[in-house]
Ligand binder design. Structure first.
Ligand SMILES: [Fe+2]
Ligand SMILES: [Fe+2]
Length: 268
């Protein structure tokens, strides 16, 4: 299976670029599946139900989120109903949303999981315990047993964390257990895309989809001013140098990665 994962869609520039480009990218790159992190789609924070609909209509198979998941409260109903969006698996069990999902693609089922790191983040449950629990649930599921290829379906894990060390330790923990561990949240692509020894594709951060003439997607002067004066101000989403960033992972019938390449496309 050939999967494109796009990092945090930031505001209108990132969201619009993804909606416009995904249908063409599916064809041009012969993609079997597209997964996006959309935690910053709604003006930089959260995701609206209408945006969710437009992304899935554009050919996005599944959506991951992060610490901004509930910023737009209307998404809670979508989280409760749809199998195309997941919450971080180590959020409280009672929080809205599902901890993992299986989506059907033309190349068979794909499992999608989101997990949050614990360094410089809001306190969440242990990611290792949550992943153990979720992977046990996944492997016990009928849809996981009976795929057309006879092997397990690919499993994509979005690791939403601040620290590279936090992401690396989760990557190593999952090596050989899942197809890909791909980082989001810091919005800056890292140059470490690799297939780990056990066969899991890994990248600390795939980079945001949004305006790169910015401070992680926001207007530079606003962030600069608040950084210097501590005076709170609204951080507008920036507008210039819009790029889609992500990673393309290919998996084998054993559900492990054969390759990972960084994806970056400048939007004119
Ligand atoms: Fe983000
Ligand atoms: Fe985040």
């Amino acid at each position: 299976m050939k999967i494109l994962f796009l990092g945090d869609l930031v505001g209108k520039p990132g969201f619009t670029a993804a909606v416009k480009k995904v249908p063409a990218l599916r064809k041009e790159l012969s993609l079997d599946a597209v997964v996006v992190n959309a935690e910053n789609a709604a003006d930089g924070s959260g995701l609206t139900p209408r945006q969710f609909q437009r992304l899935t209509d554009a050919g996005v198979d599944a959506i991951t989120m992060g610490d901004h998941i509930y910023k737009n409260k209307d998404i809670i109903e979508v989280l409760a109903k749809s199998s195309r969006i997941v919450k971080p698996a180590n959020y409280p069990l009672d929080s809205p949303g599902r901890c993992w999902t299986i989506v059907d693609t033309e190349a068979g089922p794909l499992v999608v999981i989101s997990i949050m790191g614990r360094v410089f983040m809001r306190p969440v449950d242990c990611p290792f315990d949550a992943l153990d629990r979720v992977l046990a649930e996944v492997s016990a599921d009928d849809r996981f047993q009976g795929t057309a290829t006879g092997g397990p379906p690919p499993i994509l894990v979005d690791v939403h964390a601040e620290a590279t060390s936090d992401k690396q330790v989760l990557g190593r923990y999952l090596d050989g257990k899942v197809t890909a561990v791909l980082g989001t949240h810091t919005h800056v692509p890292t140059a470490d895309a690799t297939v780990l020894p056990g066969g899991t594709a890994f990248q600390c951060d795939v980079g945001m989809c949004g305006p790169y003439e910015s401070i992680i997607g926001r207007d530079i002067s606003r962030v600069m001013s608040t950084s210097r004066t501590f005076e709170p101000t609204h951080f507008y989403v920036a507008t210039q140098d819009v790029r889609l960033c992500g990673a393309i992972v290919e998996s084998n019938p054993q559900g492990l990665a054969t390759s990972i390449v960084r994806f970056e496309q400048k939007i004119k």
